[in-house]
Design a protein around this ligand. Structure first.
Ligand code: HEM
Length: 173
């Protein structure tokens, strides 16, 4: 075990098992009467996920311009790792588990807006994977991307969020 905790493979396995267990529990035991409560938890998780997805690339913007080995750079590493592990990863797991239950019990997985929403959330999850790999690159002092690159990446979750929220609220098709 390293100073930063378990290996990435172990953490990924724990995340997959937690997601599978939470989803299975919801699908087996949650009743229709809980729909609004589950939607409330889904929205709380989504807000936490998005807060982290907007803040993390902003930290990278400043970290990219910080000299390797400086105190400031080491502080950014701790902030990035904690934000990813304590907020972003758990929030994504809860968003997916509760969102899939809503899609099943509320809509039987039918609806063009729902399929489009899930496709955009898959893209958002891909950005999540990229940011997560970037936390490891920064931690190993291997980041080569400029602060300008991170400023551009910072806009991607914002654009995806706008499309996703319009799809689920307006349900245009
Ligand atoms: C992770 C995969 C996701 C799935 C499968 C999913 C699915 C759903 C479903 C089926 C609903 C219920 C809609 C209704 O009752 O009318 C819902 C609600 C909602 N979702 Fe998601 N969602 C996911 C992720 C997200 C993300 C990433 C966001 C925002 C960026 C989001 C924002 C919302 C909002 C704001 C609502 C409340 C809509 C309302 O009550 O009118 N969801 N979601």
């Amino acid at each position: 075990m390293s100073a930063t905790g378990a290996s990435p493979v172990v953490r990924a396995l724990v995340a997959i098992i937690s997601f599978a267990a939470l989803t299975a529990l919801l699908f087996m035991f949650a009743s229709d009467g809980l729909y609004l409560w589950i939607k409330a938890i889904h929205v709380i998780a989504v807000i936490s996920w998005m807060a982290g997805m907007l803040y993390l690339p902003r930290l990278f913007v400043y970290h990219a311009d910080t000299p390797i080995g400086s105190d400031q750079s080491e502080t950014f590493k701790v902030m990035e790792r904690r934000l990813l592990r304590a907020i972003i990863n758990p929030a994504m797991i809860v968003s997916w588990a509760f969102g899939l239950w809503l899609a099943w019990r509320g809509f039987g997985f039918h609806g063009g807006w729902l399929h489009a929403k899930i496709a955009f959330v898959l893209l958002l999850s891909g950005v999540h994977g990229y940011l997560s790999a970037s936390v490891r690159r920064f931690a190993d002092d291997r980041n080569t991307a400029s602060s300008r690159h991170w400023k551009i990446v910072n806009e991607v979750p914002t654009l995806l969020m706008i499309v996703i929220v319009i799809l689920v609220i307006v349900k245009p098709f």
